[in-house]
Design a protein around this ligand. Structure first.
Ligand code: 97T
Length: 255
């Protein structure tokens, strides 16, 4: 997969050299190209922002440098078109489902903004020619879209074939489609069996794989009920067995 990022802070993306994503790049699975937006500014000060039409606080990113920068990236492969992703708190929520959709694309172009965002005509211009997604990563406000891009590239990159080993594959992630869909993962333990007086739950040492699976599902249900009521409410009742229903009613959540 090819990933382009246009930003006034390309140095913000140094973490993409490290760990899982760094390895994926070394192995040629991820081909990341970083671009300095100011390279396409025309004035001596390399200005990329201006005051908002209609008044109000803050500054808006000017359309011309973005247009020229995006055109230059598009020219890298005129036969193809990237999916353009514009991080913004007013976008659609980034979810595991969207991460999987992006992981199936050959080419992504991220356009993280600073200030109050990019002049909307940039999204209108490219939105008429290709897919442009305005995407948010959560209900909080960042100083700019760079961290949102790091989040999305990591979530997408680890889904690419060959990035995760078999030992820790993405199939049983929370939010992955499948058996435990929409349940949070429960607690995990490793050696030693006792640490500072805290014992590993005995069932995990028992070797009873069926009982362990059931215990893990109970813990997943408990944690989902405690931390994410809206996920619990969204569970398909068809995916709940008798034991699930009993546990949930004990927790005070009747069917
Ligand atoms: O707060 C932001 C500022 C700029 C670009 C993106 C964001 C954001 O994205 N998701 C949450 C906040």
């Amino acid at each position: 997969m090819r990933v382009d990022v246009i930003s006034i802070f390309p140095e913000y993306f140094a973490p993409l050299d490290v760990s899982l994503i760094g390895k994926a790049r070394e192995r040629g699975i991820l081909d990341i190209h970083l671009h300095q937006l100011r390279d396409w500014a025309r004035d001596v000060h390399r200005t990329v922002d201006d005051t908002p039409y209609g008044g109000g606080p803050g500054m808006v990113m000017k359309p011309e440098p973005w247009g020229e920068a995006i055109d230059a990236v598009l020219a890298a492969d005129p036969a193809a078109q990237p999916r353009i992703i514009v991080p913004t708190p007013s976008g659609v929520p980034f979810t595991q489902k969207l991460a999987m959709e992006y992981a199936a694309e050959p080419w992504l172009l991220f356009t993280p903004a600073r200030y109050e965002g990019i002049d909307s005509r940039v999204m209108a211009e490219y939105g008429a020619r290709m897919r442009v997604d305005e995407v948010g990563i959560g209900d909080y406000v960042l100083a700019g879209g760079e961290v949102a891009v790091l989040v999305m590239v990591e979530a997408v990159g680890r889904l690419l074939p060959g990035v995760l080993g078999n030992a820790h594959s993405a199939v049983d992630d929370s939010f992955a489609p499948g058996a435990m869909e929409n349940l949070l993962e429960g607690p995990v333990y490793t050696k030693p069996p006792e640490w500072r007086g805290h014992e590993v739950p005995e069932i995990l040492l028992s070797g009873h794989h069926g009982k362990i699976a059931r215990w893990r599902r109970d813990e997943a249900l408990r944690r989902t009920a405690r931390n994410r009521l809206e996920l619990l409410a969204a569970l398909d009742p068809e995916t709940l067995d008798k034991h699930d229903r009993k546990l949930l009613s004990e927790l005070g959540f009747p069917a």
